[in-house]
Write a protein that binds this ligand. Structure first.
Ligand code: MG
Length: 237
């Protein structure tokens, strides 16, 4: 994977960018990473704030609702070191047991013509977690970069805030929103990107209820459908 901030051919590279969310997008929700993470977050709240478990769960939910990320509430309202939190929550997940190389996903990504589009990761996780997941999936070499949520800055910038999408554009070296393509499983992330003019795809996995109103023009059940939606990016054979 390339470095986050620099583009070797930035001046001449006019390729559009296809941004991929990572968690619950490049691996299925059924992997239950989210549930495991929620348990670790509850435990972190209980241990570091000295709360009974029931109160920890309530506060975790409250911060998630108010800020989109539990860590933001911890940093705003308590003297919590966000990188200690990352080490004890995201980096403590037993992902090696859960996430395995995905040959089908690798084939899909390899069928994309990278002379026509740049592949970039865009996650609300910290860099360590994001890199670990794509390495375990066996696809880390197929992306040119990663824009992540930097827990060490305050205020924390993350999707769906427009600043996070602006940061991703800057890091991926793309200037016009019409050159941005995006896939994510989060309704609010997709809705926000679509409003900014990105061509956005909402992944609603098979078995999950579809929203009453679509988050964006495109809604898919599987990443394979990207072949149909964006045929211009795939190698012809
Ligand atoms: Mg996601």
């Amino acid at each position: 994977m390339g470095s986050e901030a620099t583009q070797p051919n930035g001046a001449t590279d006019s390729r559009p960018v296809l941004f991929f969310d990572i968690d619950n997008c490049l691996y299925p929700r059924s992997a239950k990473v989210h549930d495991l993470m929620a348990d670790l977050i509850d435990r972190y709240f209980a241990t570091h704030l000295g709360l009974p478990e029931a109160e920890a769960i309530v506060l975790h939910k409250e911060y998630y609702r108010d800020y989109g990320l539990a860590i933001e509430g911890l940093v705003r309202h308590h003297q919590i070191d966000p990188l200690d939190y990352n080490a004890k929550v995201d980096d403590a997940l037993p992902l090696e047991d859960i996430i395995k190389p995905n040959a089908g996903l690798r084939k899909l990504l390899q069928d994309i013509d990278t002379s026509k589009v740049k592949l970039w990761l865009l996650t609300n996780a910290y860099v360590t977690h994001g890199r670990r997941v794509v390495r375990l999936l066996g696809i880390d070499d197929l992306f040119e970069g990663l824009t992540y949520c930097d827990y060490s800055t305050f205020p924390i910038i993350c999707k769906p805030h427009p600043d996070m999408f602006a940061k991703a554009m800057k890091e991926a070296g793309v200037e016009r929103s019409e050159d941005c393509y995006f896939i994510d499983d989060s309704y609010s992330n997709v809705e926000s990107a679509e409003k900014l003019g990105w061509a956005s795809v909402h992944l609603v996995e098979e078995g999950l209820p579809v929203p009453e109103t679509q988050a964006s023009k495109y809604q898919v059940r599987h990443l394979e459908e990207l072949r149909r939606i964006f045929p211009q990016f795939f190698k012809s054979n």
